[in-house]
Design a protein around this ligand. Structure first.
Ligand SMILES: [Zn+2]
Length: 222
């Protein structure tokens, strides 16, 4: 069965309002990568951001919460220790909210960064997601450098590549931002297109597990 791991970045409120009901309709799991960009955050508030309490809702609905760092700084410009501090901040936030500790990480901005990989390995993370638009290479998997397709309405060929890979039986990771994303139009996906894309995944018979569950499956089979 082809697998598509669905992920969302940057705590955009429209993910909860518009994407979650569509995911629930298909019984798809998903992973939400959290940084401190809530609209009620004292640092870097996102006008279209979720409220911090919305994390509880996502958790209670059965979705996974992953770590996307405190303030989304470029991890390649930070030392291992600075990256650890960025990651630990989100862990502390989860503790305060009574949420399970995150076990997966997504690189802010997308590209792999060696200092961040070392930081999350030291902190016991299972896997980390980058932004390279490739299917997973099961023969040469690096769990701390897993590629993902960044979806955007301006580049429909991105989802076409996803469908082509799934039809070949490959596994993919998808990265979404807001549904829609008003503040970041370069990674905007409209609710209509998101619904069409999820319907296509369903039509292809895709398995859509949470990121950490997918990684656990990989560990069992390797
Ligand atoms: Zn991000």
């Amino acid at each position: 069965m082809p697998t598509a791991v669905i992920t969302f970045d940057d705590v955009v409120r429209s993910q909860l309002d518009n994407a979650v009901p569509i995911l629930q309709k298909h019984s798809f799991k998903a992973t939400f990568f959290v940084c401190d960009w809530f609209c009620d955050s004292p640092i870097h508030p996102l006008k279209q951001g979720m409220f911090r309490k919305d994390l509880q809702t996502l958790h209670q609905l059965g979705f996974e919460l992953g770590n996307h760092t405190r303030d989304h700084a470029d991890p390649a410009k930070l030392s291992v220790e600075e990256n650890m501090a960025q990651v630990s901040y989100v862990e502390e936030m989860f503790r305060e909210e009574g949420l399970p500790a995150p076990s997966v990480y997504a690189y802010p901005g997308g590209p792999f960064a060696a200092t961040a990989a070392e930081a999350v390995k030291r902190l016991g993370y299972r896997a980390a997601r980058t932004g390279h638009p490739l299917p997973l290479d099961m023969e040469a998997l690096d769990l701390y450098n897993l590629p993902s397709y960044l979806l955007c309405d301006d580049r429909p060929e991105g989802f076409q590549s996803v469908v082509a890979a799934l039809k070949e039986g490959k596994s993919v990771i998808l990265t979404y931002h807001g549904i829609p994303d008003v503040e970041h139009p370069w990674c905007n996906v409209s609710p209509e297109h998101f619904a069409q894309q999820m319907q296509l995944l369903a039509d292809l018979g895709c398995d859509c597990p949470a990121f950490s569950d997918f990684v656990n499956q990989l560990a069992i089979h390797n």
